[in-house]
Design a protein around this ligand. Structure first.
Ligand code: F0G
Length: 456
């Protein structure tokens, strides 16, 4: 059959409150054109993030009831541990309340004066936790990974040549090589097994740890099955296991490919590192058999990790993102190609070439998609990563001005996606009419969450 269907029936629904354009204009004005400051109930299709926004299955909800809330040694922990071990193979499984808590613990225990981390592209919480510990994070994406309009099957790959050079130049200052699958900051793009293994071997040859940031490991595994030579016949679980093979540990946000609304973990092989991690966990998250989560959350994650490797789910998942990409591409909308596993990234710089980076084309586009049809995406450009030069006050922007439309897992149907495409295309048709924004308020850190804007 040519039609790929959602491989589930809907048992419970959450109404969407319809809004008018006039209402949305008012909400936008009240929020200073910042979509983080708009109430979720005033959004029709919420594509702000795929994190913690999945629909849970009937079996996950059943797990919620089965959750064992014992403080120590909970049955739910052992089910969770078994599931994480089955996929990752790591000896020590340490639950945390979400991905960044695992990062915080890892970078605290690995820290040394002058520490450096090398990765394909560190996600912003990863980079922030590395820098907060006093260390440096260096991104080494392949060159194709930073050009939106060029196709490459594994745009998430790390640049092995530069990795080798950096490892040689920095020696023991490098505490770990971290490969993020899929590469969220680079467009949700996959990393090939070949690249992962080569990076792992380079790390190990230099006596450095090799860590996988595995938030979207199942989507990455399915891309490998579809795109990497020789992989098409393998069960996706096998491929997922190979992603972790020979790695020293992983940080994971179960809010993505755990199909859960909260949770994460740190998994490690080294006994001494795991001992230190657990000691810190007790201080900040909780006892090692619950780590900042309820027993019911551990059940939901354990079940989610089973369901996410279902191949009919993954086929539907990647296809629904690709479907949106195709509809937009066919009409010339500029974006990162190919589509990522969890999101379409519109190239706002090319979409609105008449709006300079210092007038925030990504923010303009995101606000306009909300106004047009109540669709909420997120700006990943000069608002999120731009700075003012402290001396001249001039704008210093990132390389790309993007708007990410992240698709929550198992939440929206094909007609929702059709609607999103229609909204984008309507805005695209009148793109020349849009004009820039100026920032009227900015906080000293992570300004994108609270910034306010007005028309230039
Ligand atoms: N690593 C990656 C690659 C991520 O995408 C995220 C979160 C994290 C780590 C941190 O996990 O949120 O559970 O603490 N990404 C979300 C997003 C926030 O919208 O892309 P967390």
């Amino acid at each position: 059959m040519k039609t790929i269907i959602e491989p589930f029936k809907i048992k419970s629904v959450e109404p969407i409150r319809m809004t008018t354009r006039a209402e949305r204009a008012l909400h936008l004005a009240e929020a200073g054109q910042n979509l983080f400051l708009i109430r979720a109930e005033d959004v029709l299709i919420d594509l702000l993030t795929d994190s913690g926004t999945s629909s849970m299955s009937a079996e996950q909800w059943a797990g919620i009831m089965r959750g064992d809330e014992s403080y120590a040694g909970s049955r739910s922990f052992f089910r969770f541990e078994e599931e994480v071990r089955r996929i990752t193979g790591f000896k020590h499984v340490i639950p945390t309340h979400q991905g960044r808590a695992a990062e915080k613990i890892l970078f605290t225990i690995l820290h040394r004066e002058g520490a450096v981390y090398l990765g394909n592209t560190h996600f912003d919480t990863t980079r922030a936790n590395i820098e907060f510990a006093g260390a440096e994070a260096i991104d080494l994406p392949i060159p194709e990974g930073t050009v939106p309009s060029t196709y490459h099957p594994f745009k998430g790959n790390i640049d092995l040549g530069r990795l080798e050079q950096e490892l040689a130049a920095r020696g023991s200052a490098v505490r770990a090589v971290i490969v993020t699958v899929t590469n969220n900051s680079g467009g949700g793009q996959p990393v090939s097994l070949e690249n992962l293994h080569a990076a792992r071997d380079l790390a190990h040859r230099s006596g450095t740890l090799f860590i996988v940031d595995s938030c979207r490991f199942a989507e990455n595994a399915y891309f490998v099955k579809r795109r990497e030579p020789g992989q098409s016949e393998r069960p996706v679980l096998d491929i997922a296991q190979e992603i972790f093979a020979g790695a020293d540990g992983t940080t994971m946000s179960a809010k993505k490919d755990g199909l859960a609304n909260i949770g994460g973990f740190l998994a490690l092989n080294d006994d001494e590192l795991a001992r230190q991690a657990r000691n810190l966990l007790i201080l900040t998250e909780g006892f090692p058999t619950y780590g900042g989560l309820a027993g019911r959350d551990l059940e939901a994650i354990a079940q989610g990790l089973r369901e996410v490797l279902d191949e009919s789910y993954l086929l539907y998942r990647l296809r629904s993102v690709e479907y949106l990409e195709e509809k937009l591409q066919r009409n010339g909308v500029p974006m990162i190609i190919p589509a990522g596993g969890h999101a379409v990234y519109l190239d706002a710089g090319a979409f609105l070439p008449h709006i300079p980076p210092e007038q925030f084309p990504g923010q303009v586009l995101a606000a306009e998609l909300y106004l047009e049809g109540g669709v909420r995406g997120v700006e990943i450009g000069s608002v999120m990563f731009g700075k003012r030069d402290p001396k001249t006050g001039a704008h210093v922007g990132p390389r790309m001005e993007l708007v990410r439309l992240a698709i929550p897992r198992r939440v929206y149907t094909q007609s929702h996606i059709d609607y999103v495409a229609e909204v984008v295309l309507q805005v695209f048709a009148r793109r020349a009419e849009l004009s820039g924004l100026r920032m009227t308020y900015e906080a000293p850190f992570l300004r994108h969450f609270t910034a306010r804007f007005a028309a230039v």
